[in-house]
Ligand binder design. Structure first.
Ligand SMILES: [Cu+2]
Length: 174
């Protein structure tokens, strides 16, 4: 009879120890799972880090492509545009020879004027050209850019030479 009494008292105490051990077991499992999960996350994060470093050098190759692009050659194309046309003109009494001059648009025209007698000059109003007056046997030079097409009258501005017919025609063609 006495043996049963303590057994009855022990039973609930045994039951409580079982609950405690169950709790400890659950806590242990949770702890192990947490540790395993932590290790796996760290391992996977360590694997991703070097992968990003391998991807990064790709933009560096595009920078090399940009350095190869500079190729400006437009200035070389602009150079041959400058062209000078020299024309010898003789000024007489009262005329020019030749009295008709033809050039092309964009050309620079250089007039070499020589006086055969008296005093003469070469004037071309539309291009602000008025040479110095040259005496018999002397020469002078004037230059202008033929920057518009058409027919323009050149003349001698000495005395009444223009009125007496000392004129000519400059033709600028495209
Ligand atoms: Cu004249």
């Amino acid at each position: 009879m006495n043996e049963n009494m303590p057994t009855d008292d022990t039973q609930p105490s045994v039951g409580s120890t079982d609950k405690k051990s169950n709790l400890l077991a659950i806590l242990g499992i949770v702890a192990v799972v947490a540790i395993v999960a932590f290790v796996m996350i760290q391992a996977s994060s360590n694997n991703t880090a070097p992968t990003e470093e391998i991807v990064s050098p790709t933009p560096a190759s595009t920078e090399v492509m940009e350095e190869e692009t500079p190729t400006p050659t437009e200035e070389e194309v602009m150079e041959p545009v400058e062209e000078v046309v020299e024309i010898d003109v003789e000024a007489g009494n009262f005329s020019f020879s030749p009295n008709e001059i033809t050039v092309k648009l964009g050309q620079t025209v250089r007039i070499n004027l020589t006086a055969a007698d008296l005093q003469h000059n070469f004037s071309l109003d539309e291009f602000d050209v008025s040479s110095e007056i040259v005496a018999e046997g002397e020469s002078t030079t004037v230059e202008f850019l033929a920057d518009q097409t058409g027919e323009f009258e050149f003349y001698c501005n000495v005395g009444s030479h223009r009125a007496q017919g000392q004129v000519g025609t400059l033709i600028i063609e495209e």
